[in-house]
Design a binder for this molecule. Structure first.
Ligand SMILES: [Zn+2]
Length: 275
């Protein structure tokens, strides 16, 4: 079953990770989508603050989403993503970093983890793979930005090791791979295919299918799923979306499809304060 479900009652379009939210009422997790208006104006339903984005509109939309999720906007915390593998634990004093500017975000960081309630980890995407993490035994949540560089750098398994360092048991950690570019649309050349082969020795055919000469279709989501299982996560606790961002312009921004002229969705996760 598709782990990400539309929340049709929401004032801004979004998907929620229904299975986690149902089982653990204090977890808020999901990903924004886009609406019709944003097909004409990529700053609509855009949550990132890159050069060329409209900061006033982006901040306004971040505030609207926070409101829908019932998190104060002060809790929105982001990193400056650079396709790297650096992971940051977000403490209470870091709450709100990156909320209104890239300058205040965690520099050069692609993985965020927190054990603090009332912090909304927010990370931006237009094809790259968002991986959401939750571990009930240490009440920790996390998000990792895994494009091909982050994936072959090993950010997915590195997040698991970081959670384990905090006391989590591998067999209790949940991960959810959110909407991102699918094998249907992600053609790569040897520059990408070659490090991918090294990640899955003898098994790379499962994620790389030959396309035209010197090109392959890469299943980045399946690669990340396999890396998480190798790291010790249980298969039943690793869920993967069926949504391809490039196939569905009506729902998702896609960097590749729109040749870079695009907004960003936000993948989010947080723990509610005890009431
Ligand atoms: Zn596709």
């Amino acid at each position: 079953m598709e782990p990400f479900q539309y929340r049709t009652d929401a004032a801004v379009p979004l998907l929620t990770l229904t299975s986690w939210e149902r089982e653990f009422s204090y977890v808020v997790a999901g990903m924004s989508t886009r609406n019709r208006e944003s097909l004409k104006n990529p700053n609509r339903c855009n949550y990132a603050l890159h050069v060329g984005d409209d900061p006033e509109l982006v901040i306004q939309q971040r505030q609207q989403l926070s409101q829908v999720l019932n998190f104060p906007f002060a809790s929105w915390t982001s990193a400056e993503q650079v396709h790297g593998v650096r992971i940051q634990e977000v403490k209470a004093g870091d709450r709100g970093k990156g909320r209104e500017s890239r300058q205040s975000a965690f520099a050069q960081t692609d993985g965020l983890i927190t054990r603090e309630p009332d912090i909304l980890l927010a990370s931006f995407y237009a094809d790259c793979v968002p991986i959401l993490y939750f571990c009930p035994d240490v009440k920790a949540v996390g998000v990792a930005h895994a494009g091909w560089r982050g994936t072959v750098g090993g950010i997915g398994p590195a997040m698991v090791r970081e959670l384990v360092r905090m006391g989590a048991r591998r067999e209790r950690i949940r991960a959810a791979i959110a909407p991102s570019i699918g094998a249907c649309c992600y053609e790569v050349d040897d520059r990408v295919a070659s490090p991918v082969r090294e990640m899955l020795p003898g098994d790379a055919d499962a994620v790389l299918k030959p396309a035209s000469a010197g090109k392959w279709m890469l299943d980045l989501r399946e690669l990340n799923r396999r890396l998480l299982l190798t790291e010790g996560l249980e298969e039943r606790y690793v869920s993967v979306t069926g949504w391809c961002t490039s196939c569905h312009p009506e729902y998702f921004h896609s960097h590749r499809r729109d040749r870079g002229r695009t907004g960003r969705m936000v993948a989010f996760i947080g723990l509610r304060k005890d009431e």
